[in-house]
Design a protein around this ligand. Structure first.
Ligand code: CO
Length: 150
């Protein structure tokens, strides 16, 4: 029986932490509670609690003088979320949506989008990139809809 690797921790909050920890590790080589607290705009006490929870779930380890590191399982989940984040961001950027809206939308969508849907989004993005006239038509259509709503 093939076991599909877990793609989320089962908790949106834990997913967000894992995503941010991976981001910090890539950026600085380590993830400290103070940095996570700043990035997620959450108190350091809450971050410490969550890190203990993630540790209990076997998703992170605390390494003295180095901070938080991801276990293999934690890393796999963080990678899957990051991949979804990047695919969705890439897709939405095609349409000239403002960056703040894209970020907010992606942060919500990345927790819920399934593999088949993500594959479709990636294929649609590629098809639109290969056909600028079609992309322009889609953008015009969306702009017309938005004008209608205002
Ligand atoms: Co994200």
């Amino acid at each position: 029986m093939t076991q599909t690797p877990r793609r989320t921790s089962g908790s949106t909050a834990m997913d967000d932490y894992l995503e941010q920890i991976l981001h910090l590790i890539k950026e600085k080589g380590y993830a400290r509670a103070v940095d996570i607290s700043q990035k997620l705009n959450i108190s350091q006490a809450s971050v410490t609690n969550m890190l203990q929870r993630l540790d209990g779930e076997g998703l992170v380890n605390h390494v003295k003088y180095r901070g938080t590191v991801l276990t293999d399982e934690g890393h796999r989940i963080a990678q899957a979320i990051t991949e979804r984040h990047e695919t969705l961001t890439h897709f939405l950027r095609l349409f000239g949506i403002d960056e703040e809206t894209i970020y907010k939308d992606v942060e919500g969508m990345e927790h819920h989008v399934s593999r088949p849907t993500l594959d479709v989004i990636r294929a649609v993005a590629a098809a639109l990139e290969a056909d600028p006239a079609l992309l322009q038509r889609v953008k015009n259509e969306a702009a017309a809809t938005q004008r209608g709503l205002l």
